[in-house]
Design a binder for this molecule. Structure first.
Ligand code: 4AD
Ligand code: MG
Length: 462
């Protein structure tokens, strides 16, 4: 019976005859004429120990040639392991090699490699303990995301990746074109995009929000979950040029409903990871950051602090800290400010809301004070912002005014404005950056190490 290493490691498998398929992590030969193989197939952090005795017909010809990275099929009996730290082991009755890995050149020989080095071998790093654990946690987070929204009655909507509108208005979009860059058509001195594939300038999306709003305004509660793209040239440990974002959008939700949902949602993700990936989280706690386990356990039972932006500025001004960037009402908070609030001052997740209207996108609902908008950001220790969201401006005249303020042309957003013309409703939503969430859960310091193939300035090889 084909069986995963994860399954064969469980005591229930003792006495079963199993077929395991995977990659050898190490081989050790004993004087007694037998070999111990550590086998891994990605199904769990832990390997299974395979015992290959010299009585195997291909012991000398095959087993003794196995090196780290070799791929094999092993059939044998699962039995109780006398060794410490493992419940089971497999006594090989047969072993077949699929491919050897030349020990002189196979890059994953050492026990430990730097994450910088592993980024240069993105095709092999999934075979390391850390990266395997990242993949399993990331998978569990994605599963929790879908389960949560499905259980809550949301519809999963696929919003487009190619778009003509800049949702965040930050001008950080990658252009999509089939124009010949060496011979760009011009009209009146400008690039003539009417000759381009889509008859207009088009880009990779920075957010599926605007399209999700369309569906919230007919289906009630929806979410979109996909890759998003930002050409911000920020070479930081928290920014990617291509990252995954999950964006729920709910009709008839105000900002408080939105915060309640986001808090429940995050706790559900953390709880699922604790429940379903205990071995991996323990690994991160031992090897990467010895606070992750306690932080996650604490967060699922605590209440997030909710704080208006204006009060946050007051706290920062009185903090006595010297920040690189000064704090002043009306300017955007920097990562150092966010981290002070969540790591030092409150030591728990913080939901900041009611930001100045001048620093937030056009679609956020303007408060009665006229100076602030119904924005919310969720900040967590070490990572800073993991969620950004808001209640949306549902009043046509106010929205048009906001668009003028930000130099957006109403005719480019006529369909978005129509949602306010025909049966407008209060509605809200937010976006969770998947990689920021995985970073927070695992304690990994660089966001490039929590996505299979990181896209960042100058990095797109694999
Ligand atoms: O705060 P942001 O820009 O919000 C939006 O895009 C809204 N349209 C979401 C919505 O209301 N539907 O981005 C949301 C989140 C951030 O909090 C962060 O977690 C993540 O996306 N994010 C990034 N993650 C990695 N690399 C980047 N360059 C990111 N930019 C944003
Ligand atoms: Mg944001």
């Amino acid at each position: 019976m084909k069986c995963s290493v994860a399954q064969a490691r469980r005591p229930e498998s003792i006495g079963e005859e199993v077929t395991l398929q995977g990659w050898v992590r190490t081989r050790r030969d004993s004087k007694a004429g037998l070999s111990f193989l550590e086998l891994n197939d990605g199904s769990s952090l832990g390997n299974i120990q395979v015992i290959a005795e010299s009585a195997l017909p291909n012991y000398e010809s095959d087993v003794k040639r196995l090196t780290a990275g070799s791929s094999v099929t092993v059939t044998g009996l699962v039995r109780e392991s006398p060794g410490k730290g493992q419940a089971t082991e497999v006594q090989a009755a047969s072993l077949t090699i699929h491919g050897l890995a030349d020990a002189d050149v196979y890059p994953l020989q050492k026990k430990r490699h730097s994450f910088e080095f592993l980024r240069t071998i993105a095709h092999l790093r999934p075979r390391t303990n850390t990266f395997g654990a990242i993949v399993r946690v990331r998978n569990t987070v994605c599963n929790a995301i879908h389960q949560f929204f499905q259980e809550e009655g949301f519809f999963y909507i696929h919003t487009p990746i190619i778009t003509a509108s800049d949702c965040e208005g930050a001008g950080q979009m990658f252009r999509v074109t089939t124009l010949d860059l060496a011979n760009v058509p011009k009209a009146e001195g400008q690039v003539d995009f009417t000759q381009d594939f889509f008859d207009r300038p088009s880009y990779l999306t920075v957010s599926g929000q605007l399209e999700a709003e369309i569906f919230a305004c007919s289906m009630g509660k929806v979410y979109t979950f996909g890759p998003t793209f930002r050409a911000e040239n920020s070479n930081t440990s928290r920014h990617l040029a291509e990252f995954w974002m999950v964006e729920p959008e709910m009709a008839f939700f105000d900002l408080n409903d939105n915060m309640d949902l986001a808090e429940r949602f995050l706790k559900r993700i953390f709880r699922d990871v604790l429940k379903r990936c205990p071995e991996d989280i323990e690994f991160f706690n031992d090897r990467i950051d010895n606070t992750v386990l306690e932080t996650l356990r604490h967060i699922v039972d605590s209440r997030f602090v909710r704080l208006p932006y204006t009060e946050a500025v007051g706290i920062l001004e009185k903090s006595g800290e010297t920040f690189e960037f000064p704090v002043a009402w009306g300017s955007d908070l920097q990562a150092e400010h966010e981290r002070y609030l969540t790591e030092k001052h409150f030591q728990c997740p913080v939901i900041l809301f009611d930001y100045p209207r001048t620093i937030k996108p056009f679609y956020m609902r303007v408060n009665d004070d006229g100076r602030t908008v119904r924005a919310m950001d969720i900040l967590v220790p070490k990572v800073g912002e993991i969620v950004g969201g808001s209640q949306r401006e549902e009043r046509l005249d106010v929205l048009e005014q906001r668009m003028r303020e930000q130099d957006l042309r109403a005719e480019d957003y006529w369909w978005y404005l129509d949602l306010r013309r025909y049966g407008t409703v209060p509605h809200s939503g937010f976006g969770l950056g998947l990689e920021r969430a995985v970073q927070f859960i695992t304690g990994m310091t660089n966001i490039r190490d929590v996505i299979p193939f990181p896209r960042a300035p100058g990095s797109a090889e694999f």
